[in-house]
Design a binder for this molecule. Structure first.
Ligand code: AMP
Length: 427
């Protein structure tokens, strides 16, 4: 089934062709016809499946009929993070460029006056984080009674961030006649309840239920010792061995972000930080430079795990094991997007065993032990590693430049890094 058969208008089809998309992705094939029919939809789809276009494309089609009124947006997309909201806005611009639609982005870190000016002119599409939307509403700058299409994106993340009460408040401000689309990578009970409460006879769509992380992502666990130095040394070693085109390194703690960035810079990499304490302009500027390949390694908090859409990101490295399985899925989902291959590494010491176990059960996919070509490996690794990975894992042709070999980070080789002199590498 091609895009032509989904019922989208010619202007939208033109934008799709210009974006270079040849085939709709499974979520697009399933969701677009229902959205165009005005149905409510609950879609369980992971990031990287093309889910954003599955709601933006039909919305543009629907909204191209009709006109915006001052302070009464016609559609609302709620996003958990500023980054994701910004990404959605960019997608709307790309897909909607032949349909004169107006748009406002209401996110924190940007002046109210600028956002207010847009609202006063009237917008077809309002993309917002819940807090900033409610701020504008409470200031009397916004009426939500004109919303025809309401989208809740990454609902599970909204739950993690404590936004469900805000979403319920917002949903109650809409009129009865609107259509609601809810997207979530996972469906925890509170998200399901939210859907039951606010959606009318929704169509349920589930994409890749048995495999929650993209199958074109090769996932590895890098076993490190408890030695405090081991983590940073292992990171430098992976970067040296993998020589990634570009990489995001996720840290659980902010102080690690600063330390790791410093260490990478000292090692000669073009590395920068990205985290929630930076103001929105700084975050956007850093993000833009990363997308533009001016930054090679982005050291980030989970703020970057949602919404960052970098073309052909080759590597994700979890400096720490993520706090929960959803964060793992979202972090590694920054790579292996749009059919490209990607590689994801998670550094884990014996102290991380429990957290890692939860993730392994949740992703229902093979996470291999990063296997060295030289150096000692622990007996436990030999047992766990599948036969087919006795040789070093292959580097994906599409995204890696060259692989300089793989070394071991086994628990029984704690002195490996201490005794290895790492070459400096330009970023
Ligand atoms: P998403 O899951 O919305 O974050 O999208 C992941 C990536 O897939 C984005 O970079 C989109 O530009 C891209 N994409 C979306 N739909 C298609 C398609 N039909 N064909 C190729 N790439 C697509």
């Amino acid at each position: 089934m091609g895009f032509q058969e989904l019922g989208l208008n010619d202007k939208v089809l033109r934008s799709i062709a210009e974006a270079g998309y040849e085939e709709p992705t499974p979520i697009q094939k399933q969701a677009i016809p229902y959205v165009l029919k005005g149905r409510d939809v609950v879609a369980c789809a992971q990031t990287g499946t093309g889910k954003t276009a599955s709601f933006t494309l039909p919305m543009i089609d629907i909204l191209s009929r009709g006109r915006a009124r001052a302070r009464m947006p016609r559609s609302l997309v709620l996003s958990p993070t500023r980054e994701l909201a910004t990404q959605i806005a960019e997608d709307f611009k790309i897909y909607g460029k032949h349909c004169k639609l107006s748009m406002a982005l209401l996110i924190g870190g940007v002046s109210y006056a600028e956002q207010d000016a847009k609202l006063s002119k009237g917008v077809d599409v309002l993309i917002a984080t819940p807090g900033r939307l409610l701020d504008h509403f409470q200031l009397g700058k916004l009426l939500l009674s004109g919303i025809d299409v309401f989208v809740i994106d990454e609902a599970d993340r909204m739950l993690d961030m404590g936004f469900i009460p805000d979403i319920e408040r917002i949903a109650k401000l809409l009129t009865k006649k609107h259509q609601t689309l809810l997207f979530s990578a996972t469906m925890p009970v509170p998200v399901r309840k939210l859907a039951e409460k606010f959606l009318k006879n929704p169509e349920h769509i589930t994409i890749t239920p048995a495999q929650k992380t993209g199958k074109n992502i090769e996932q590895y666990i890098v076993e490190i010792s408890k030695n405090p130095k081991a983590r940073q040394d292992a990171l430098l070693k992976i970067l040296k061995d993998e020589n990634p085109k570009n990489a995001i390194v996720f840290c659980n703690r902010k102080r690690d972000i600063a330390n790791v960035t410093k260490a990478l810079k000292n090692a000669g990499y073009f590395a920068e930080e990205l985290h929630g304490d930076m103001d929105q302009r700084m975050r956007q500027a850093t993000y833009d430079r990363f997308k533009d390949n001016q930054i090679r390694v982005l050291v980030a908090s989970d703020v970057a795990a949602r919404g960052l859409d970098v073309d052909a990101l080759s590597h994700v490295i979890n400096y720490d094991v993520p706090m929960n399985e959803d964060d793992y899925i979202h972090r590694i989902g920054r790579t292996g997007r749009a059919g490209l291959s990607g590689r994801a590494f998670t550094l884990a010491s014996p102290l991380d065993t429990k957290a890692l176990q939860v993730i392994k059960q949740h992703v229902e996919q093979d996470i291999q032990i990063y296997k060295p070509t030289s150096g000692k490996i622990s007996a436990s690794q030999e047992r766990k590693a599948p036969k087919s990975h006795k040789t070093p894992p292959k580097v994906s042709k599409s995204q890696n430049s060259e692989n300089s070999g793989v070394k071991g980070f086994g628990e029984d080789v704690p002195s490996f890094f201490e005794s290895t002199v790492l070459d400096k590498k330009s970023g």
